[in-house]
Design a protein around this ligand. Structure first.
Ligand code: PAF
Length: 305
């Protein structure tokens, strides 16, 4: 794996790969790589002769300085993961390289980026869209891999690519979960043992939502209420939101019956750690279908890297 630190070197590496007929697959990350990231890298490696991983903790998308400071960073361990997974290029720029001066141009994706995470974390999606636009601009034509774990982020990126005619194909990869249902996230490493146990409440809430849908509930607020009740039953968790939305644009439909694809979203805080999760509302309740990746059963010891 070759590590490049500058935008120019990254652009050059991917241009060279294209010239050699190796179509690049890009996996944008903020590091602290875990099995969820590995599944993105594996999906990219299966389809591309050149896999590039970007590792950059983007200050623009953090609404709290404390959250930015706490975000786990371990470039050495990340490079080991990348080398083992056959990654060709790691782009690991400094903040100064990515933002030589505070940007006056930012990307705002209206509507799809405004509710839920957009409301709880003002400016978050502008920061995400701006850095992803910069990464895409540096990478050039490529296929980019994102996890469904950040479902709203995926919708924001897709919309930005479409609105701005970016030469990037976006591929969504399924969520990878621990055996007890917790979606893998770099933030899980920050949970205390007690909060880690309590964090399964997000998965249980999604399951309650799916059961409500399977039982014929078509009112989004009732499905959301069933999910919220589960989160509120866990004393260590504090609910940010629970919702049943149209998966295509994250709007709330009048009835779930008329909606082709319904996504359940939940966000909650455990101590200082904020977790989000989601699943297909029509995946069978109690199962992992639509809520999980192929690498379903991870043992607890593998949850970190
Ligand atoms: O999902 C992430 O890790 C980040 O939001 C991303 C897409 C790499 C942008 O910083």
């Amino acid at each position: 794996v070759e590590v490049v630190r500058t935008v120019a070197a990254f652009t050059g590496r991917l241009a060279a790969a294209r010239l050699e007929g190796r179509d690049p697959g890009l996996v944008p990350t903020m590091g602290a790589l875990h099995a969820g990231h590995r599944s993105l890298i594996e999906a990219a490696a299966a389809a591309h002769g050149h896999v590039a991983v970007s590792i950059f903790v983007n200050p623009l998308q953090f609404d709290h300085q404390g959250d930015l400071a706490r975000y786990p960073r371990d470039l050495g361990a990340d490079l080991e993961v990348c080398a083992a997974a056959g990654v060709s290029t790691v782009f690991a720029p400094s903040v100064e390289e990515m933002y030589p001066c505070p940007p006056r141009t930012t990307v705002h994706v209206a509507q799809v980026g405004e509710p839920f995470e957009g409301q709880v974390r003002p400016g978050h999606f502008d920061g995400v869209a701006t850095v992803v636009a910069k990464l895409f601009s540096a990478a050039g034509a490529c296929t980019a891999y994102f996890g469904e774990k950040d479902f709203q982020q995926l919708a924001v990126v897709r919309r930005m690519v479409s609105d701005l005619s970016m030469p990037v194909q976006v591929v969504a990869c399924p969520i990878v979960r621990a055996p007890d249902g917790l979606a893998l996230s770099s933030r899980n490493a920050l949970l205390s043992d007690e909060d880690r146990q309590a964090a399964t409440v997000l998965w249980r809430a999604l399951d309650a939502g799916r059961r409500a849908v399977a039982d014929g509930e078509v009112r989004p607020d009732r499905v959301a209420g069933a999910m919220a009740d589960v989160v509120r039953s866990e004393p260590r968790a504090s609910l940010d939101y629970a919702a049943a939305v149209d998966a295509s644009d994250l709007s709330t439909p009048a009835s779930l019956a008329d909606t082709a694809s319904v996504r359940l979203l939940v966000a909650a805080r455990l101590g200082l750690v904020r977790l989000i999760d989601n699943c297909d509302a029509r995946a069978m309740a109690g199962s992992r279908d639509g809520c999980n990746g192929a690498a379903a059963l991870l043992v607890h010891g593998q949850e970190g890297r």
